[in-house]
Write a protein that binds this ligand. Sequence first.
Ligand SMILES: C[S@@+](CC[C@H](N)C(=O)[O-])C[C@H]1O[C@@H](n2cnc3c(N)ncnc32)[C@H](O)[C@@H]1O
Length: 263
Amino acid sequence: MSPHAGIYKNPRWYDIAFGFRNIKKECDFLVACIKKFSARKLKSVVEMAAGPASHSIEFGHRGLTAFALDKSTEMLAYARQKAKKEKSRVRFLKKDMRHFRLPQKVDLAISMMDSLTYLLTDVEILAHFKTVAANLKPKGLFVLELVHPRDFFTEKTSFGPVWRVRRDATRVTVNWGGFSDRQVDPITEVVRMKAELTVEENGRKYRLRSVAPERMLTLSELKLLVRLSGVFKIATLLGDLNFKQKLDNSRRSSQMVAVLQKI
Ligand SMILES: C[S@@+](CC[C@H](N)C(=O)[O-])C[C@H]1O[C@@H](n2cnc3c(N)ncnc32)[C@H](O)[C@@H]1O
C-alpha cells in the first residue's frame, strides 16, 4: 500500500490540512534561489511528489512552464481540477520520482514538505538524485524541504504534531504523530509515522488514520549522498525557506532546506 494512503486518497482534506503555508512567499524564495545561484531568471520548474501541486499552480500563474508529478491517481486528479479552477496552466504527469523523463529540461526541481522521506534507501535516493539531475539544465537547482534532524532525536519537534485548520465550512485537526508515536528501526533508519486527520464537515465527523514508512535523513547522510551522487553539489543549507535563516539547532531553524546545484 502507498504511504499515508488513507490520507492521500482524500486530497482535498490533505490540501486543507497543509494549507497553512504561504505558497506565494515560498515561490518568491525559489525564484530568488535561481537568481542567486544560477544567475538567470526562473522559467521552468518540476515539482516532484507534488500532491495538490500548490507551488506548480502558483508558478503557472506567473507564466512559467510548470510540471507537477506524483504517483497517486487521486492526488493528480485533485491537483488537475484545482489548476483548472484557478486557471493556471500546469502539465501533470503520473510518474514515480525515482525514474522519470520530462519532455524538456528545466531550471528548477523542487521536493516540498519532506517528500524525499518516501525514498527509504540510499539506493533509491541516489537514483532520484541522478534522475532529477538528468532533467535539469546546466547549473539548475534542486531545492529540498526536509524535516529538521532534531525531530528524529528529541521530543521538542519543530513540525506539528498537532494543528488545526479551517477552510470555509470544513475543519481539519491534524495529528502528524508525536515523537513517542514513532517506531524507529535503528538498522534501516526507517520510521513508521502515524498520522490522523479528523475532519468536521456538513455536521459529520470523519477520522482518517494512516501509517507511512519514512526515512530518517541526517545532515551528514544528506551530505554524503549528495557527494556520492556525483551529479550535485550543495549550494547552501538553510533552516527555513529563507536565506537569512541558517541551519542550526535554534527554534527558528525549523526545517532542513538543501539547495543543490547540478554539476
Ligand atoms: C507529503 S505529500 C505532498 C507534498 C507536496 N509536495 C506538498 O508540498 O504539499 C507527498 C506526495 O508524495 C507522493 N509520492 C510518494 N512517493 C512517491 C514517488 N515515489 N513518486 C512520486 N510521488 C510520490 C504521494 O502520492 C503524495 O501525493
